[in-house]
Structure formats: C-alpha cells, structure tokens
Design a protein around this ligand. Structure first.
Ligand SMILES: Cc1cc2nc3c(=O)[nH]c(=O)nc-3n(C[C@H](O)[C@H](O)[C@H](O)COP(=O)(O)O)c2cc1C
Length: 305
C-alpha cells in the first residue's frame, strides 16, 4: 500500500501534516505524539523580526469551532533558527515553514533566509496578513499583490512553495491561478475565515482584537467546496484543511481534490488526531482495496460533471 505523496519536490511518507499555528514549532508536541510518523511538520508563521502578538483574550470557543486572533506571535527568523531549528532538522520527516511579511520585500527576504539554511522541506506563504505599504490590504485578497508576493518568493528560493489561500474572496479560482502562474508549487486551502463573537453579559467582543479567524469543524464544508473548485482549475497539488477531526474528514478532502491534508484545531483537544487520521486512511484503503493513496485524489463522482 502506498501512502506517499509529493508536494513539488518534497516527498511526504503519507498525506497528513498539521496546520500552521496549531502545533507550535513541533517540539512542544513531541512528548504527546511521534512526529516521525507524520507526513510533515508545519510550524507557526515566522516573519523577519520577533512579534509579540495581540492582547488577550486571543481565543474563544464557538459552536463547532473556535475563534482566534493570536496576532502572528513569533520569534522571527533568527529566533526560530536558534531555538527551534536544531530539533526540527533532526526529524526524519520534512518541515514546512509557514512564513509571512508586511511587504513583498520582507516575504522574499524570509524565503531567502530559509533557502540558505538548508534542509527545509517547503515554505508555506501565509498571505492572510496586511501589507503596510498598501494601506493594510491583505496580500491574499488582492490579485496583484498575491502575484507579486509569490513571484518574489519564487525568485528568492528553490524550495517548494505552497501558497496558503484566503477564503475571504468572492471567487477563489482566479487567486489560485495567480499563485500557480507566479510559480507556486502547491496551494493550501483554507486559512481561517474572518468572524466575531460577543459576550452578551458584558457586551464585549469575546476577543480583545474584536475580529478573529474562525476554524474547526464548522468551516469544513466551505473548505471542501474551495478545494474542489481549486483542484478542477489548476494542475498543482492542493493541501486541504479546515475542520479535519478524523480519517473520514481527511478522505473527504482528498476526494474533493486534495493531495495532502492538515489537521489544525483538533490538535488542541486531541494531539493524537493526525496519527489517528493516518491509521484511518490506511484502514479505509484496505477496506476499499485501494493500493495507492493517489487513487483517492479528486475521485468524487459528480453526476453530470
Ligand atoms: C490558533 C491558530 C493559529 C493559527 N496560526 C496560523 C499561522 O501562523 N499561519 C497560518 O498560515 N495559518 C494559521 N492558522 C490557520 C490554520 O493553519 C488552518 O488554516 C485553520 O485553522 C483551518 O484548519 P482547522 O479548521 O483544522 O483548524 C492558525 C489557526 C489557529 C486556530
């Protein structure tokens, strides 16, 4: 039985990774789960300099999901390399480094730094953050900026590039095409959806930042639809994520068109979820006599399509 997949030139022993920001920098989870059994470890977003993040409360539970506004807290490139890379580079599985910036130039510089480090599996571009030079417009919801940021990172590195798509657009297809045309080796779908919740007793927003990102099972059907649309439009692989709690959810993403999947919010209440998903995919393949995991990708049968 073959579970391995490729994202650009990065080989994953199985199609399951973890979603950026829900798994620390890997080491924090290493006593709870055997990291070497994952397809890849994906770390929290890194920009050039350290970031303190938003005031608390930064998270709130909502029906079938959660809101977060962490504010992209992180150690910066140097802090990451010093504190977390010595552990990650010894792993048998690739590390996907999630990167971001506030200008196109910053993205490119961060990409170049990780290229020079050697041994990184792939870079995932978080484009759901504001551009300070363009009045705070998000890179991922502006086609011109998205094309510029992917192209600049493409020039800065030969590492596989995964562009993490924002769901906060009317139609995702043109954005996915822009990412592919600018040199992205894959796209990941989806990032959190902008949302808000209010505590009616205090009349205050549940997050200090007021607005946060919605994640967890409540976003899964949205993510499945976006993956399905994207996979029909571009040849590059799609990494599916949004509310995966078990193998059935992951298989649903693969049937919609995902080559690989990521477990996010579920890591907070059951850190074993990614391994349970891998075991469940294996069982499903056995039961359905599927020899290669790639047979499941985009295998949904839409009547009349
Ligand atoms: C607390 C938290 C922090 C996150 N931080 C990042 C991040 O730094 N970079 C990024 O691209 N996505 C980040 N995400 C988005 C996730 O990687 C993922 O796209 C999203 O949570 C959907 O998957 P899920 O429903 O399985 O959690 C974060 C999500 C959560 C819940």
């Amino acid at each position: 039985m073959n579970l391995s997949v490729k994202i650009g030139k990065m080989r994953m022993q199985n199609p399951v990774t973890v979603a950026s920001g829900t798994f620390g920098y890997g080491e924090e989870y290493s006593r709870l789960i055997d990291l070497n059994q994952l397809g890849a470890v994906t770390v929290k977003g890194i920009r050039l300099n350290p970031v303190r993040g938003n005031p608390t409360p930064r998270t709130a539970e909502v029906a079938s999901g959660m809101l977060n506004a962490i504010g992209l807290q992180g150690p910066g490139v140097d802090g990451f390399i010093k504190k977390y890379w010595p552990f990650l580079r010894e792993l048998k599985v690739p590390t996907i480094i999630n990167i971001w910036g506030t200008t196109v130039e910053e993205y490119a510089e961060v990409a170049q730094r990780f290229d020079a480090l050697g041994g990184v599996g792939a870079l995932e571009l978080n484009v759901s953050c504001p551009n300070i030079k363009e009045g705070g417009a998000q890179f991922g919801t502006d086609m011109k900026l998205l094309g510029q940021v992917v192209a600049a990172c493409r020039r800065a590195t030969r590492l596989p590039l995964i562009t993490k798509m924002s769901p906060n657009v009317v139609r995702i297809l043109p954005f996915v095409k822009v990412a592919a045309d600018a040199g992205s080796d894959a796209v990941s779908i989806m990032n959190s959806y902008p949302a808000m919740a209010i505590d009616i007793e205090t009349r205050r927003p549940k997050l200090a930042n007021v607005i946060g990102g919605l994640t967890g099972p409540c976003i899964k059907p949205i993510a499945i639809k976006l993956v399905w649309e994207a996979a029909q439009a571009v040849k590059i692989p799609v990494i599916g994520m949004g509310g995966i709690q078990n193998a059935a959810d992951a298989i649903e993403f693969m049937m919609a068109g995902a080559t690989a999947v990521a477990v996010g919010t579920a890591n907070f209440y059951e850190p074993q979820t990614p391994l349970q998903v891998i075991a469940g995919i294996r069982n499903f393949m056995k039961r359905k006599q599927i020899g290669d995991v790639s047979e499941m990708i985009r295998s949904v049968q839409v009547v009349g399509a």
